[in-house]
Write a protein that binds this ligand. Structure first.
Ligand code: SAM
Ligand code: SF4
Length: 437
């Protein structure tokens, strides 16, 4: 029997959806009367909310657990492993790493009872994907940052050949419209000015609005646009195949929808895209971007890229560099291909050797950094609204986001949570300096 934990620490790895889940786990534990600690080393209960998207994630969990077991003061925390590594490894983690609780992404609403079971010395493992949604039983949002996440869709049916998400997060499921609107109102009441709608394929979201009409993500965005007190709406991550006409139109006429689109392409070559099972081509992707730009000329574009997919030749990789050149991304995420157990690409022939992948990633990142800096420099001279999100390092400095999701720092008479008008006066590679108007 372990003693009753009074303090907790949640450490989240990976995507924004994990950040959201981590916040909800923290709310659950706070609801049990437990107190949050800033450091894992000070907590009675440590929840590792893990990511399985790339290699070494599992090893990292084992080494984190090992470190937590060797605290300098000799204390032993209760350790819970949550998230996609928990889902993928299941009982193996409990056995190998001797952790107390293992809980998958669809079952974490059961954390309090699993912690109690662990205290009583029982097996505390739940990696089910239950029919009852965890969202129905999670507590109401009460304390949130000015920019808040709201998960509206989970899972994926796309089965890109490199990706574990369809296996760890399950099939595509949309949360009901009313539940999302309720959570959005609670977030605004708790102080949120901006809501980012989240989903592994957020633009695959579908539901029925308050009048019983079938709507897509654009319908949900339009309903949120009418919410008093909410200043900004964003959404991520989208799949090119789910960019509907309605969603593109929303970029043109929904005032609160920010001029930003994260639309992963992964590669610029059609043979590679086909082998990835992406079901869009280089050309169809570029045409989509043209259509978004036509309705929202100032839209900032972002993407995800994978270098070194099995069989990728130097000429095929050059197509990725050329698509980057033609789009001019405002920011982007780029990764070396990582073989994931159980995915079709992991057993494909012609796996690319590490030094070739390293070199390609470096070239790609140089191009992406060049374009990000160029986008920031081109913003100098613009006047725009900035949502202030936190304090900066300098005295009186505040950090916020421009409509185009650039980090902007200002000094002056304003407070966290304010939306202030700012002149963008100087640009760095990853942030801008603003002057309060
Ligand atoms: N659903 C989104 C899409 O397909 O556009 C992306 C979600 S995924 C969690 C985030 C990113 O991780 C992907 O866009 C891809 O670039 C990257 N990723 C996924 N599996 C990967 C792998 N096996 N190796 C390297 N990067 C990977
Ligand atoms: Fe993974 Fe592809 Fe689904 Fe994105 S669309 S989550 S990359 S399988």
């Amino acid at each position: 029997m372990t003693s009753t934990p009074r303090t907790y620490h949640v450490k989240s790895f990976g995507c924004q959806m994990n950040v959201y889940d981590g916040e909800r786990m923290a709310e659950l534990m706070a609801g049990e009367g437990m107190v949050a600690t800033d450091r894992a080393d000070d907590a009675d209960l440590v929840i590792l909310n893990t990511c399985h998207i790339r290699e070494k994630a599992t090893e990292k969990v084992y080494s984190d657990v090992g470190r937590l077991r060797k605290r300098e003061d000799g204390t032993q925390p209760m350790i819970a492993v949550a998230g996609c590594v928990a889902q993928a490894e299941g009982a193996e983690i409990a056995r190998r790493a001797k952790v107390d609780v293992v809980v998958g992404p669809q079952a974490y609403h059961r954390l309090p009872e699993l912690v109690r079971a662990a205290q009583a010395g029982q097996l505390a493992l739940d990696t089910d994907m239950p029919v009852t949604s965890k969202f129905d039983v999670l507590p109401t949002r009460r304390k949130v940052a000015p920019s808040a996440f709201l998960t509206v869709q989970e899972g994926c049916d796309k089965f890109c050949t490199y990706c574990v998400v369809p296996y760890t997060r399950g099939a595509e499921v949309s949360r009901p419209f009313a539940a999302i609107m309720d959570e959005a109102r609670a977030l605004v009441d708790a102080g949120a000015k901006e809501i980012t709608l989240l989903g592994q394929n957020v633009n695959a979201w579908t539901g029925e609005d308050g009048k019983g009409r079938a709507v897509g993500l654009d319908g949900l965005i339009r309903a949120l646009d009418a919410l008093p007190g909410l200043a900004r709406i964003r959404y991520t991550t989208s799949h090119p195949n789910d960019m509907t006409d309605g969603l593109i139109a929303a970029h043109g006429d929904v005032e609160k929808l920010m001029p930003f689109l994260h639309l992963p392409v992964q590669a610029g070559n059609d043979r590679v895209l086909k082998a990835m099972n992406r079901s869009h081509s280089r050309d169809s992707y570029l045409r989509l971007l043209d259509r978004v730009r036509a309705v929202r000329p100032d839209v900032a574009l972002s993407g995800d890229f994978i270098v070194g997919f099995p069989g990728e030749s130097e000429a095929e990789f050059a197509d990725t560099l050329s698509i980057v050149d033609s789009v001019g991304y405002a920011q982007a995420f780029s990764f070396k291909y990582s073989p994931r157990p159980g995915t079709p690409a992991a057993t494909m022939e012609d796996q690319i050797v590490a030094n070739v992948m390293d070199e390609r990633l470096q070239r790609l990142q140089t191009a992406l950094a060049r374009d990000q800096f160029a986008f920031n420099r081109a913003s100098v001279g613009r006047r725009c609204a900035v949502l202030l999100e936190r304090s900066g390092k300098l005295p009186g400095q505040l950090l916020g986001k421009s409509p185009w999701l650039q980090s902007v720092h200002v000094i002056g008479d304003a407070a966290i949570g304010d939306v202030v008008m700012v002149d963008l006066v100087d640009a760095g590679p990853v942030s801008l300096k603003g002057a309060l108007v």
